[in-house]
Design a protein around this ligand. Structure first.
Ligand code: HEC
Length: 96
């Protein structure tokens, strides 16, 4: 019982620090496609999702992530913007 209470408190703390992370602390690298990311990727979570994941994702994985946001999460992103976003993230935040 006690373990359950502690882990739910920890969960709450982790959640609130994410929710209150100020958007203007997150500065994406300048480059073509940046606007498309800023317009389409902040609806559901902060842009730090991109920075947190950038050490792990290669070009194809960014593409899969953006497609997952569209198909699984239901993000309303056009094909045109998707291409720009994948190109931008692969170039500036990919590991290959
Ligand atoms: C419709 C809501 C929504 C939009 C819009 C959205 N995401 Fe997400 N994203 C989520 C949710 C929900 C999660 C957490 C789900 C999970 O844990 O897999 C997530 C998780 C992530 C992750 C963590 C890795 C992963 O696969 O779960 C990354 C990276 C990410 N999003 C990037 C993006 C990018 C880049 C965009 C813009 C193209 C974007 N998101 C737009 C809902 C969204």
């Amino acid at each position: 019982m006690r373990t359950l209470a502690i882990s739910s408190i920890l969960g709450l703390v982790a959640f609130s620090s994410l929710a209150f992370a100020s958007e203007d602390q997150i500065e994406l690298k300048q480059g073509p496609g940046r606007e498309a990311v800023m317009a389409n990727c902040v609806m559901c979570h902060s842009l730090d999702m991109i920075q947190i994941n950038s050490p792990f994702l290669k070009r194809g994985q960014w593409e899969a992530t953006v497609n997952k946001m569209r198909k699984v999460m239901g993000a309303p992103i056009s094909d045109d913007d998707t291409a720009k976003i994948v190109a931008y993230l692969s170039k500036y935040y990919g590991i290959d």
